[in-house]
Design a protein around this ligand. Structure first.
Ligand code: ZN
Length: 533
């Protein structure tokens, strides 16, 4: 349905684009085009497509097509506030939004889901071409069952459809991977410069601006793309840009990109929970000044390599037992504990029961008058159903968790009092709070990350007035970080275990820091990537 809508819309746009300027020019109402274009006065035709997910191959979970909540045609615009109907950028091109899908991080994407989403993208691109540009909006850490380098595969297949002349501008998460194939097929490329990703939308806008500038100025594809593989594989929890050395390293990126002769510069940390040759850090710089492009990329890569021993967890880490002991002894509240191993926003299944089981077995929390603890969260559709039947204030019991990842603990029997029932969350669908002793457990129908204060307050919970808040998360997202009185990250088991050295990698390139600590300095000279045409 939506694809038909795109065609009609595009046809209408063509009609208006052709007729209105002729009318206005003939009436002497405008003095010609407002922006210089290289070859004609028509607006450039720019497609938008992409798929985003971070998927752990160390998790037994699988991701299906529905998880991407794919948007088609004009509904894609709602993902980009800077492309709203009356925005200046919207007026600079004839946009052809194709398909953009964003999934919560999770396990590998099934081959069927991937092929279906890719085919829909390619079919629509085929029908609506030709294109002057394409915005490729991806995360960069998608794993697909039985397929290496999915983003490289996807962009190669897009190239086969749209041809070699179209300028592709790729926007990524700094936890994505940039294979040589992706670098070859894209023309412009950039990624976030902040972790947590407070600049996510700004980055997408920069990718679009860079593309528009190259098309409008007639400069076209960059003359040079430098690519450097940096043999480092670190988790995001050690590479936040809030603290050193990540802070100073990433502070070099914007000035590097602002130099004459450079279009953009970017550093990718890469994704640690997938096992492919492409999983490592990368630096890329694009521009027209050969020496500047190479030199800038080499400087950034050298800085990263020089800092490698200084990356450390963004907060103290400890076993769960030690974290709970510290939180119980502390006078600082709320005391946050990150349940890191099963962080659903890094690719954990989100339903590991190991941590909650340990908490419920502690004597301190057995009585309703014990120290208050919020646990966010555990999926348990059966328990949610039972809670709806029991109603708020009713007694409920049922199993929760370990439907996807039961490697560390089986489904957990939870018996307690229903404190709250909320329906309608796009991820969780239904959320209930069940109190067991002094523990308030958020149980969801489907898994959901808890990153914002409102995620708690809308359930009637007040994390600011709670002694201990345990969240399946890595580094705290900004709102939780701002409200914490203290914070420890628990080294818990799960699909995104932070103890990378315990993971059984077989296919990443070696030597690789930190696995091969004594490795020799690598060759960090810039490789010039051939142009896509
Ligand atoms: Zn990220």
């Amino acid at each position: 349905m939506e694809r038909v809508a795109i065609n009609k819309k595009t046809d209408m746009k063509y009609f208006l684009i052709l007729i209105i300027p002729i009318f206005l020019l003939s009436e002497g109402l405008v003095a010609g085009p407002q922006r210089p274009t290289s070859t004609n006065t028509k607006l450039p035709r720019i497609a938008i497509a992409g798929l985003s997910i971070e998927s752990s191959t160390f998790s037994p979970a699988l991701t299906n097509e529905e998880a991407f909540h794919a948007r088609y045609g004009t509904s894609v615009f709602t993902l980009y506030p800077f492309l709203s109907a009356d925005s200046p950028i919207r007026k600079r091109a004839d946009w052809i939004p194709v398909l953009v899908g964003n999934a919560l991080p999770g396990g590998a994407v099934t081959r069927q889901a991937y092929e279906s989403l890719v085919s829909k993208t390619l079919d629509s691109l085929r029908k609506n071409g030709p294109y002057d540009g394409l915005v490729f909006d991806i995360h960069g850490a998608m794993s697909v069952v039985g397929l290496d380098d999915p983003e490289g595969d996807f962009i190669s297949r897009i190239r086969e459809v749209i041809g070699k002349k179209t300028i592709i501008s790729t926007s990524m998460d700094l936890h994505g991977n940039v294979s040589w194939r992706l670098a070859e097929n894209t023309d412009l490329i950039t990624c976030y410069r902040m972790a947590p990703h407070e600049d996510a939308m700004q980055t997408r806008e920069r990718a679009v601006e860079n593309l528009l500038d190259r098309i409008e100025s007639g400069k076209g594809k960059p003359a040079y793309k430098a690519w450097i593989a940096v043999p480092i594989l670190l988790p995001g929890e050690k590479t936040s840009t809030r603290i050193e050395p990540g802070k100073s390293l990433y502070a070099q990126v914007a000035p590097a990109a602002a130099q004459p002769g450079i279009i953009d510069a970017a550093i990718w940390i890469g994704y640690a929970w997938a096992d492919e040759p492409r999983n490592h850090a990368v630096v890329m710089v694009t521009g027209d000044d050969r020496e500047k492009v190479k030199q800038t990329a080499e400087q950034l890569a050298q800085s990263f390599w020089k800092d490698r021993f200084d990356f450390a967890f963004v907060a103290p880490t400890a076993t769960l037992e030690v974290c709970l002991d510290s939180a119980l002894k502390s006078h600082k509240h709320p005391f946050f504990i990150s349940d890191m191993g099963d962080n659903p926003t890094a690719g954990g299944a989100g339903d590991v029961t190991w941590t909650l089981k340990q908490i419920l077995s502690r004597s301190e929390f057995k009585s309703a008058t014990g120290p208050g603890l919020i646990y966010a969260s555990i999926p348990g559709p059966e328990l949610v159903e039972n809670a709806i039947r029991a109603g708020v204030g009713g007694k409920v019991q049922g199993y929760a968790g370990a439907m996807v990842d039961a490697r560390y603990a089986p489904p957990l029997m939870i018996a307690g009092t229903v404190e709250s029932i909320q329906k309608g969350d796009p991820d969780a669908e239904v959320e209930v709070v069940v109190r067991v002793g002094s523990v308030h457990i958020i149980v969801t129908k489907k898994r959901k990350p808890y990153h914002k204060e409102i995620d708690f307050t809308r359930l009637g919970l007040d994390p600011r007035k709670t002694d201990i808040v345990v969240v399946k998360i890595g580094y705290l997202q900004p709102e939780l970080y701002a409200m914490r009185a203290d914070w420890i990250m628990a080294l818990t088991p799960g699909g995104v275990d932070q103890n990378l050295e315990s993971l059984k990698y077989k296919r990443i390139k070696r030597p690789m820091f930190p696995f091969d600590k004594d490795m020799k300095d690598p060759d960090l000279s810039a490789k010039l990537v051939p142009s896509s045409d």
